[in-house]
Write a protein that binds this ligand. Structure first.
Ligand code: DLZ
Length: 196
């Protein structure tokens, strides 16, 4: 019997969205497949390549702080480029309006996808990091009001992780969950605009 698991997806238009992907570098092969899967669905949903920003951190434990900083940084940048555009932010000592930048303001991120791969080892490390990171990522999205998609695999074996990135070694290649995270980011970013 085929699996009944997985999201039922609606199609949303991502053409006006700006999305960040923050990924850990532990378990590189799996991470690369997941990031590629997320990017492919973002693009398929219309998100422009120039509006997809990818940042990496050493391990999953670093994801929550990095997501929080990436969101805050993009909001500060957007405010300051909007101020420049209005001519309110001129270089010190200048009153020449033509000296201000005319670049379009950089938009803040509409969603962040946090991607990590945790694989259980011999100690309790896995349990602590899984628990901490999942709670902290939830906190970042509730504190900022920006959707943070939970793209952290918590696998008991290497094979579980590979299958969830669509690169399984056995007969069953599995399914790339990065694709679901790309679609979830576009949906949540779009719907959050409507709710706010
Ligand atoms: C230390 C560690 C271990 C043992 N395993 C993983 C893992 O499976 N996946 C992952 O993303 N990161 C792992 N890390 C690194 C931690 O997340 C973190 O980068 C370090 O503890 C430094 O804070």
């Amino acid at each position: 019997m085929s699996s009944i698991k997985g999201p039922s997806t609606n199609q949303y238009d991502g053409s006006s969205l700006r999305i960040a992907i923050v990924h850990a570098r532990w378990n590189k092969v799996v991470i690369e497949a997941l990031v590629a899967g997320a990017i492919s669905k973002l693009k398929e949903s219309g998100v422009k390549e120039s509006n997809i920003v990818v940042q990496s951190v050493p391990g999953s434990y670093e994801l929550p702080l990095a997501c929080s900083k990436v969101i805050a940084g993009s909001q500060i940048q957007a405010r300051s480029s909007a101020t420049d555009l209005l001519g309110l932010h001129q270089p010190a000592g200048s009153n020449d309006p033509s000296s201000t930048t005319t670049d379009l303001p950089t938009a803040p991120f509409d969603a962040v996808i946090a991607i990590g791969v945790l694989i259980k080892g011999a100690t309790m490390h896995f349990e602590y990091i899984c628990d901490t990171v999942s709670h902290a990522l939830m906190r970042v999205q509730l504190d900022t009001g920006i959707p943070v998609i939970f793209g952290v695999l918590t696998a008991l074996t290497d094979d579980q992780a590979l299958e969830r990135a669509g690169i399984g070694r056995g007969e069953n290649e599995g399914h790339n969950h990065g694709e679901d995270w790309g679609l979830a980011a576009v949906e949540m970013a779009t719907r959050c605009r409507g709710w706010s």
